[in-house]
Design a protein around this ligand. Structure first.
Ligand code: LIP
Length: 299
């Protein structure tokens, strides 16, 4: 019930804050030791703190809710891959933005989502460096609490900008860790098209104001929910990258499209889009009818 979810949210926030403290400690340790490991290639990074933070989060959530399942980035990497059922299931990225974490770039968060009946129902994203706490429970809106806020503030923070398309928008795009030539070529072409080039005949007013790569999928969703980004697009997310963010963005009135089945079966997604409804529909473009079926409901 919604009361249960509010209780779960309160507890999840305390766990996210404890995880945030450990991330801050870990940042000091990693920046001085430089102990970083590589996963599938030299840009896919992991540290001992990714594992430590996940152990903390998994341990605390497991003590309080022993019957809930758990899907987490590091547990998954270590071979713990429970099938998704109708039962409550946590979906956790202990450090989203690991590349930022090892470089000391302060866009780093813990992302904790809860899935019930195969649908994300609760999300908490906490960036301890900038003290930004994003929260949402299905059907009850999305909120941010920053250090200057005495109480959580409802999202979005700004009135949605009256954009008709990408022009004049601020768009979140990511580089990801798959740097294979075809993918980078395709992304590069899209980046060029979105950013425009006046020397190649793009008319004034048709270009996006700019492109941003925050380096954390969860914080891109949070920024779309807040209204700071008009669109977030990425190819190659995992369920833990998008679970909490997708409910926060939807509850802030955004549309999330493209990969919602991903959190449900542990597969990496082909692409994910989040933003104001008409901008997402515009982004989907010619394939709207095909992908429209896969769009989430608008909150
Ligand atoms: C990362 C994302 C980032 C994305 C990478 C990766 P990690 O998660 O949040 O935005 O581009 O593909 O998934 O590895 O820092 O938890």
């Amino acid at each position: 019930s919604s009361t249960d979810l509010q209780d779960i949210l309160a507890f999840t926030i305390t766990v996210a804050r404890a995880a945030g403290d450990l991330i801050l400690q870990g940042s000091d340790a990693i920046l001085s030791s430089g102990n970083v490991d590589e996963k599938k290639n030299s840009v896919d990074l992991v540290t001992e703190y990714d594992v430590k933070v996940e152990e903390l989060v998994k341990g605390e959530l497991g003590k309080k809710y022993p019957t809930f399942s758990f899907i987490g980035e590091e547990s998954y990497a270590a071979g713990s891959r429970p099938p998704l059922t109708e039962e409550p299931t946590w979906c956790v990225d202990p450090i989203d933005g690991t590349t930022n974490f090892v470089h000391g770039f302060p866009h780093v968060c813990v992302s904790i989502g809860l899935i019930y009946n195969k649908i994300p129902v609760l999300g908490v994203i906490y960036n301890p460096f900038l003290e930004q706490l994003y929260t949402s429970v299905k059907g009850q809106g999305a909120y941010v609490k920053r250090h200057r806020d005495p109480a959580p503030v409802k999202l979005p923070l700004s009135k949605p900008r009256p954009l008709e398309s990408f022009s004049k928008g601020l768009l979140g795009i990511e580089w990801g860790s798959d740097r294979s030539a075809p993918l980078i070529h395709a992304k590069g072409e899209s980046f060029k098209r979105l950013a425009g080039n006046p020397n190649e005949g793009v008319e004034r007013g048709q270009m996006a104001h700019s492109l941003r790569s925050l380096g954390s999928a969860a914080l891109n969703f949070a920024m779309v929910a807040q209204g700071g980004l008009d669109l977030y697009w990425e190819i190659g997310c995992w369920p833990w990258d998008i679970c909490a963010g997708s409910i926060i963005a939807q509850e802030a009135g955004c549309l999330v499209a493209g990969s919602l089945d991903s959190p449900l079966d542990n597969n990496v997604s082909e692409d994910v889009l989040a933003g104001r409804k008409h901008i997402v529909i515009r982004a989907i473009g010619d394939t709207a009818s095909e992908k429209g079926d896969r769009c989430s409901e608008e909150a």
